[in-house]
Ligand binder design. Structure first.
Ligand SMILES: Nc1ncnc2c1ncn2[C@@H]1O[C@H](COP(=O)(O)OP(=O)(O)OP(=O)(O)O)[C@@H](O)[C@H]1O
Ligand SMILES: [Mg+2]
Length: 246
């Protein structure tokens, strides 16, 4: 599937050269960047592209929108969509579903299962304030899913403003098969370091919303640009391709 476009080709030659990934090989995705850098906007476009792709055909989507971001309210009647306080039940259900898939080992897994977490740390922090042990368990569950998911055609797509290791314990952050840093202007040294990126990876003088760096397992580093799109069209496509109808 198309992940985005090569920023250098876009800027220098106005050519839309695609950056592609195989979701079966790279099922987990981390989108990092400060507020307004274009994470949710890119996530929605990626969902549309994925669900229309061969690998995403019939995929089972779970969506946790803890911050109740407007971008994903169009999913509100979808049974596997959770927002605010519902996210706890959503996380438990997603984890249970993952274990069910694992337990059916031997049976052919026909389609992919993707858990999407818009602003995951906000959710984890809210749990942490009420029940530190439970938050710890969720972080471990996530790590466990990430480490073993590829064999079961499962993945996690996560956005966050800061990819702080406090939320990705035991090296979970490095388990994302695709790691993207979006930025407006220039990213801080700290945000680069959190993804294992360096200043040398930055080839442009400045970045706008939807632009940044991507590290793709099996491909390496590149500069990426997400396109502008027609929001209504993409939302309609997502709803049309969901395996379980609202
Ligand atoms: N690829 C893009 N091309 C053009 N404009 C974009 C692009 N991505 C984002 N934008 C613009 O930037 C705005 C902010 O993007 P978005 O809401 O996705 O940011 P965010 O990183 O999710 O922020 P927050 O962390 O606050 O949720 C969008 O509403 C859109 O207008
Ligand atoms: Mg957002």
């Amino acid at each position: 599937m198309r992940l985005g476009y090569k920023k250098d080709f876009w800027d220098k030659y106005q050519i839309k050269a695609e950056v592609k990934i195989n979701p079966l090989l790279n099922p987990s995705l981390l989108l990092t960047g400060e507020s307004g850098s274009g994470k949710s906007y890119a996530l929605k476009e990626l969902l549309g592209t994925f669900l229309k792709s061969k690998e995403g055909n019939g995929a089972e989507l779970w969506f946790l929108n803890y911050k109740d971001s407007l971008d994903f309210r169009f999913l509100k009647n979808y049974p596997r969509y959770f927002c605010g306080e519902e996210c706890r039940a959503g996380f438990e259900a997603f984890y249970e579903r993952y274990n069910e898939i694992r337990a059916n080992e031997g049976e052919e897994i026909k389609h992919m299962t993707i858990g999407c977490f818009d602003e995951l740390p906000a959710f984890l922090l809210s749990i942490q304030m009420k029940d530190k042990k439970l938050a710890d368990r969720y972080m471990r569950n996530l790590g466990e899913i990430m480490m073993t998911s590829r064999s079961y055609k499962c993945g996690c797509w996560v956005t966050n403003q800061r990819a702080d290791s406090a939320y990705y314990i035991n090296g979970t952050r490095e388990q994302f098969h695709t790691r993207i840093l979006l930025t407006r202007g220039m990213p801080s040294k700290e945000s680069l370091a959190m993804l294992g990126f360096t200043r040398e990876d930055l080839k442009s003088e400045s970045y706008s919303a939807g632009e940044g760096l991507a590290f793709i397992d099996g491909q390496g580093m590149c500069e990426i640009k997400f396109p502008q799109y027609n929001v209504q069209r993409v939302e309609a496509e997502i709803l049309q391709h969901l395996s379980c109808k609202p």
